[in-house]
Design a protein around this ligand. Structure first.
Ligand SMILES: NC(=O)c1ccc[n+]([C@@H]2O[C@H](COP(=O)([O-])OP(=O)(O)OC[C@H]3O[C@@H](n4cnc5c(N)ncnc54)[C@H](OP(=O)(O)O)[C@@H]3O)[C@@H](O)[C@H]2O)c1
Length: 307
């Protein structure tokens, strides 16, 4: 596929991902709703365009926006990518969106002769920056194989899970666990601290136990030092994903009691007005519910995600 790609959506994730493509020698033309976020990419060789339709001449266009509605809007809304006479041959989307919404998008794109690959990712912007994302794709297998060089430039591993929207189900399942794990990690950390174990000591012990994971380890510095202003992912995006999880559970007839309880806890967090802050602020809220006021422990530690 072509050396020049188009890119829509330069938030935390999109910016880090397109930089990987630029670093790998691809040329990228980029568009972001808030243009000021696109401008720093010029320094990395990206061409910044005024309109989404300016990307229609690219063979492949990547998208990384927030929700299903946002993806619909950048593709089919006013001035959308595929609303002009010229259209790209392929759209590769990495946003975390619903299975149903993705199927509607596929039907519309394929109806216009535009191929569509779902390529959601596991990993935050720091992981993306280091080229360590896991990318899980679905759609036509031949298309996945053609897109491999781009995926290899953006992640440490890419997998194809099947036709259609199956990668959406994968991402929804993944982020449901992402929510449930942080919920439980916050609960048990508050329990341990209230009983007398220093937070960093407790977290270190969990990280070194059979229960520790890359996820618990990389959240540990933030949970210890309460640096919630270093946003990786917002409570609102997590609520979107828990809602996608509950929707998928209903659609497929699966009871998910742990996910349901977590969904309500994250909804309360959002309702209390916590947004431009990391979702790990759930720890502070859990502590408040237990009558415990947390203090930063100011322990120097690595999150293990350095490139
Ligand atoms: N952060 C993570 O750790 C992570 C990890 C894996 C997957 N994800 C998923 O990746 C997606 C992006 O996450 P993020 O953390 O990068 O979010 P973000 O920083 O909030 O960025 C969202 C991007 O989407 C654009 N956007 C949103 N609505 C739009 C609309 N209606 N029209 C045009 N552009 C629109 C935003 O443009 P503006 O700049 O103009 O606002 C921005 O470029 C989400 O689906 C998220 O669930 C996130």
């Amino acid at each position: 596929m072509a050396n020049e790609v188009g890119w829509i959506g330069l938030g935390r994730m999109g910016e880090a991902m397109v930089k990987r493509l630029l670093k790998a020698g691809y040329q990228a033309s980029v568009w972001n709703r808030t243009r000021s976020k696109a401008e720093p990419l010029a320094e990395y060789g990206a061409r910044i365009v005024e309109r989404k339709t300016d990307l229609a001449g690219c063979e492949v266009v990547f998208t990384m926006v927030s929700t299903t509605d946002d993806l619909q809007e950048v593709l089919f809304g006013a001035g959308g990518l595929v609303t002009g006479a010229n259209k790209p041959q392929v759209v590769v989307d990495s946003s975390s969106i619903s299975q149903e919404g993705s199927a509607e998008i596929r039907a519309q794109l394929e109806g216009m002769g535009v191929a569509y690959l779902c390529a959601p990712v596991s990993g935050n912007a720091k992981v993306a920056k280091a080229g360590k994302l896991l990318i899980v794709a679905s759609g036509p297998k031949a298309l996945y194989e053609k897109a491999q060089p781009y995926l290899a430039a953006m992640g440490r591993k890419a997998m194809w899970v099947g036709e259609g929207e199956l990668a959406r189900v994968w991402k929804i399942a993944h982020n449901t666990m992402f929510g449930v794990v942080i919920q439980n990690l916050c609960e048990i950390t508050v329990l341990a601290e209230k009983a007398g174990i220093p937070r960093h000591v407790f977290l270190e012990s969990i990280n070194d136990s059979v229960l520790g994971s890359m996820y618990t380890r990389y959240k540990t510095p933030m949970l210890t030092n309460l640096t919630f202003d270093q946003v990786t992912f917002t409570p609102r995006l997590l609520l979107k994903d828990m809602d996608l999880g509950m929707g998928a559970a209903k659609a497929h007839g699966v009871a998910m009691p742990a996910a349901a309880a977590t969904r309500e806890s994250v909804a309360r967090l959002v309702g209390r007005g916590h947004d431009h802050i990391d979702f790990a602020v759930l720890l502070r809220e859990t502590a408040l519910d237990a009558g415990l006021e947390l203090r930063p422990e100011n322990v120097s530690m690595s999150d293990g995600l350095e490139s």
